[in-house]
Design a protein around this ligand. Structure first.
Ligand code: COA
Length: 309
C-alpha cells in the first residue's frame, strides 16, 4: 500500500474538493463544491465529526475520501435522540480500487464505536444528514453511474438493500397545469421544520411545502426545493421534489398530477429549468405520476447496509 490515510483537516480541503469535482464532473445533477461551500454546508453541522472523515493521500496527492458519521435521522418520523452510524460520502479515483477498499475499512472501524450492529451507506432509510441538496437533489443516495463506489462498499460488506429511481425533466417552457376531479386550492409556504435534525439537514437551502386543500381539509402535499448551485453544471437552477403524499381516499383522482404540475409552474417562475425526483423502484403510482408530467427515468440509486457479525 503506497498511500496513507489521514483524518480530515482543512489543509486537505482544496485537494478533497478538486477530486470531488473531477470525479463528479460527468453528473450535472451533482452540485460542484468549493471550500467555502463545504465548510458552510457540511463542516458546520453540529454532528460533523472530523475524526470520521478519512482522506487517502498518495505521493502528496489526495486520491480518495470517505465521510462517516453517527448522526440523527433527518426526517420528521426519526427520533432525534437516535444516532445512526452511516457512510454519507465516498469519492475516490476509480482506477484505484485498493484506495476505495481501504477507505471503507477505515470508516467501518470508526463506526464500530457506535456499538450498533447495522451501518448504512448512502441509504434513504435514516434520512440525509449530509450532502442534501448537493448530491442528486434532496435525497442523496449511492449512484449506479459510480460503479467503483458500489464495488468498494460491496467489498467492505455493504449489501444492496434499497433501490430507487431518479427521474428528471426539462421545464423549458411554462408547464401545462392539470386540474384534478376535485376543486383544489394550493397553499405554498416554507417547510415547517420544528424537527431540529431536519432543519440542520437542510442548512443552506429553503425547502418549501405546497399543500392541496379541499374545502378546509388538507388532502395532499409536496415538499420541494430550488437548488441554485446546479446552475453551475445544468446552466439553470433545478427544482427537486423531495416528498409527496395524497390522502388515501383522494388517490387516483388526479390530485398528485395537479399538485406536481402546479409546483413545476412555481419552479419555472423561480427560474428553474430542470426538475428531479427520486422514488422507490417499486413505486409505480409515483413513477406514473411523474412520467405523465414529462419526467423520464434518469438513473438507479442504491442504498447499502452492513450487518456486524
Ligand atoms: C403516488 C401518489 C402520490 C399518486 O397520487 P394520486 O393523486 O393518486 O395520483 P394521480 O391520480 O394524479 O395519478 C397519476 C397517474 O398515476 C396513476 N396511478 C395512481 N395511482 C395508481 C395505482 N395505485 N396504480 C396504478 N396507477 C396509478 C394514475 O392512473 C395516473 O396515470 P394515468 O393518468 O396515466 O392513468 C399516491 O399514490 C400516494 O400518496 N402514495 C403514497 C406516498 C408515495 O408513494 N409518494 C411518492 C414518494 S416520491
Amino acid at each position: 500500500m503506497n498511500f496513507s490515510i489521514e483524518n480530515y483537516d482543512r489543509k486537505y480541503l482544496d485537494g478533497m474538493i478538486e477530486l470531488y469535482n473531477k470525479e463528479t464532473a460527468f453528473e450535472p445533477y451533482i452540485a460542484p463544491l468549493n471550500p467555502n461551500r463545504f465548510i458552510e454546508l457540511v463542516e458546520k453541522k453540529s454532528y460533523f465529526d472530523p475524526t470520521g472523515l478519512f482522506i487517502a493521500i498518495e505521493s502528496g496527492e489526495i486520491v480518495g475520501w470517505i465521510h462517516a458519521c453517527i448522526a440523527p435521522g433527518s426526517e420528521r418520523h426519526h427520533k432525534p435522540e437516535n444516532k445512526i452510524p452511516q457512510i454519507r460520502m465516498l469519492i475516490y479515483r476509480r482506477e484505484k480500487i485498493k484506495v476505495g477498499h481501504a477507505l471503507v475499512s477505515e470508516a467501518n472501524n470508526w463506526l464500530k464505536q457506535s456499538d450498533q450492529k447495522k451501518f448504512l451507506a448512502l441509504h434513504a432509510q435514516e434520512g440525509y444528514p449530509f450532502y442534501r441538496g448537493i448530491w442528486l437533489g434532496g435525497e442523496p443516495m449511492g449512484m449506479s453511474a459510480m460503479p467503483h463506489v458500489q464495488l468498494a462498499l460491496e467489498f467492505g460488506g455493504y449489501k444492496n438493500t434499497q433501490e430507487s429511481i431518479m427521474m428528471t425533466a426539462k421545464i423549458d417552457q411554462l408547464p401545462n397545469i392539470y386540474n384534478s376531479e376535485v376543486n383544489l386550492e394550493f397553499i405554498t409556504s416554507s417547510t415547517n421544520m420544528a424537527h431540529s435534525p431536519m432543519r440542520e439537514s437542510w442548512i443552506g437551502f429553503e425547502p418549501m411545502t405546497t399543500t392541496a386543500v379541499l374545502k378546509d381539509e388538507t388532502i395532499g402535499s409536496i415538499g420541494w426545493v430550488i437548488i441554485p448551485y446546479l446552475a453551475e453544471r445544468l446552466g439553470a437552477p433545478c427544482l427537486n421534489i423531495w416528498s409527496m403524499g395524497i390522502s388515501e381516499p383522494y388517490r387516483q383522482k388526479g390530485v398528485a398530477t395537479a399538485l406536481v404540475s402546479y409546483v413545476m409552474k412555481t419552479g419555472y417562475e423561480l427560474n428553474a429549468r430542470f426538475a428531479s425526483v427520486s422514488t422507490q423502484l417499486w413505486n409505480i403510482p409515483a413513477q406514473k405520476t411523474y412520467a405523465k408530467l414529462g419526467f423520464i427515468p434518469y438513473q438507479l440509486t442504491i442504498g447499502r447496509t452492513f450487518e456486524c457479525k
